[in-house]
Ligand binder design. Sequence first.
Ligand code: DOR
Ligand code: ZN
Ligand code: ZN
Length: 420
Amino acid sequence: MLLIKNAKVVVGEYLEALSLLEKDLTIITDILINDEGFIEKIEKNINSHTNNNTIQIIDANFNYVIPGIIDPHTHMRDPGLSYKEDFLSGSKACAKGGITTFLDMPNTIPNTVTENILNEKRENSKNRSYVDYGFHFGGSRKDNSIEISKVKNSVASTKLFLNMSTGDMLVENIETIENIFKNSKLISVHAEDEKVDNAIEFADKFKTPLYLCHLSKRTEVESLRKAKQNGIKIYGEVTPHHLFLSQEDRNDSTTKELLLRMKPELKSKDDNLALWEALKDGTIDTIGTDHAPHNLEEKMKSPTFGIPGVENSLELMLLGVKENRITLYKLIELMCKNPAKIFNISKKGEIKIGNYGDLVIIDTDNVYTINNKDVISKCGWTPYHSMKTGGTVISTILRGNIVYNNNSFYDIKGKEIKYL
Ligand code: DOR
Ligand code: ZN
Ligand code: ZN
């Protein structure tokens, strides 16, 4: 059993009548997680001596305790590209960043496009993750809709690339795309510009729920807003880099010009603003990192698309809270609650009795400067070097197990998640 004392928990937000500022409403409470890893009690002054079980106690010291972050979009490179990242290094980076669940993308080698390959990936990842994880399946150029039907209840979604990107998984044939939509429970799509509108049309035609990955432009967000208004079952994701960085950042140095390359590319400051607005008004549903590590040598040689992100996503988004762009309540919705809802992840995303004890203790007063030398990811660099955070992850707790605490890492207890 794990007892967390003196946790500051966000319970809602209210409109402060006079200033019209949205503020977080919080309570101070203790949280008890049972030996099965579930939250058993949320109340003040839980007695640690009431039964014979040994109770481990951790004092949150009136710091915020929020649900573990669910990152719906990561490329852990394992198997096949594990010189860039592997399950152990990538999940360790997650633990440091407060991520207790990540969903892994299918552009590993071989691409995750058959049931057999998925099962091999499952075997390969067993007992090699600090946090929990799930898999997206891949839609393939060589129509694999039969494979999709076989696995759709045990994966997060079918990931479909409608633009060319790292991993050569582009699907262009209309009939194939239609078959993939028809046979999937949920489609996650890499779509940019007009491809966003194409994807929305397919979703509407086949009534397949659609998750738009990494929206980066004002016009794309407007397409999403309109589709939602038209009653289409659709969700949108943004990355921290498309919120905090713009194409202007690439002009700082030739190194940055090469490092800050990804698909979709960084956009204008006006696009940054449109994305922040869309977070506030509920058009955007989730924050996903699109953690896509490549080695420095690869990045420096020629344009290589993808940047790492899991270590910094929560602490950067806390900067958004600090700067009053969003409330902490909203952050929790975007990074915990909504990913669990959209991908039907069972018993995660909220601090409530019966849910898994996946929790992060954060210190929002302790801000620090992100540095390449602290990077856990195998790639060894971060696009946020020299940027300030909005706080620090103190501890990451997975189903009642402390997996990260003050720069130390503990048990490797991550398991594949279950879906509702
Ligand atoms: O920049 C990107 N990198 N965009 C993608 O869509 C894939 C990713 C990768 O796997 O490197
Ligand atoms: Zn993508
Ligand atoms: Zn991606």
